[in-house]
Write a protein that binds this ligand. Sequence first.
Ligand SMILES: Cc1cn([C@H]2C[C@H](O)[C@@H](COP(=O)(O)OP(=O)(O)OP(=O)(O)O)O2)c(=O)[nH]c1=O
Length: 220
Amino acid sequence: MKFSDNLPLMRGLPCADLPTEESLILASGSPRRSQLLTAAGYAFTVQPASDEAECGMCSRETAPELVARYAYRKAADVAAKNDRGLVLAADTVASCYGQILGKPHDIEHAEVMLRQLSGRRHDVYSGVCVWSVSQNRCYVEVVRTELQMKTLSEEMLAHYLDSMMWEGKAGAFGFQDGNDWLEIIGGGSETNVVGLPMERLAEIFRDFDLLATAITTEKD
Ligand SMILES: Cc1cn([C@H]2C[C@H](O)[C@@H](COP(=O)(O)OP(=O)(O)OP(=O)(O)O)O2)c(=O)[nH]c1=O
């Protein structure tokens, strides 16, 4: 999936100075996150976290707790492999009436998710972790965006499922896919839905010295 430069969410993204002299490392294989950082003007390298960083579901965990934990684990995984670097990791899920919707396993799973979201309000949560390897300090935050999805006709559903655009996207739908199916409620962040809350990220970089805390033990 390629973003169109014409999509409003890719224009005018804020870019802040980094809080340390370290180079920025994006601990993510998500093409959306790379595109957002590039569009904002950040220089960075990509080192996706290993798959094990994103495993282990806890049945009582809420969506914000889950994305915070996964963002932390992905950052920790990549930080452990580097002597220096400002590591940025994130995790995104949709949440609808208490049910957490991650990336669909296959087309049947995508269909179940889309039928669940059709006509409903839901939230997208992105957890973000910024980790300074040289300072051994990090900061984790979760950003929520509330959305309303249109009621999908059978034809809309079948067409989108056939397009395979749902692949690798939490909740089986891409806000950026240009279908006009989703409306953001209350002025929340569009880029947060696509995987990185760029407005808040710039503030986190700016205020990192105040926000970050020392890393002591690995959070499970
Ligand atoms: C809700 C939504 C999610 N997404 C994407 C962002 C993320 O790439 C993906 C959620 O999966 P994640 O597990 O957050 O990220 P990832 O597996 O793509 O990459 P990594 O773990 O290496 O960081 O869903 C969209 O592209 N559009 C959307 O509207």
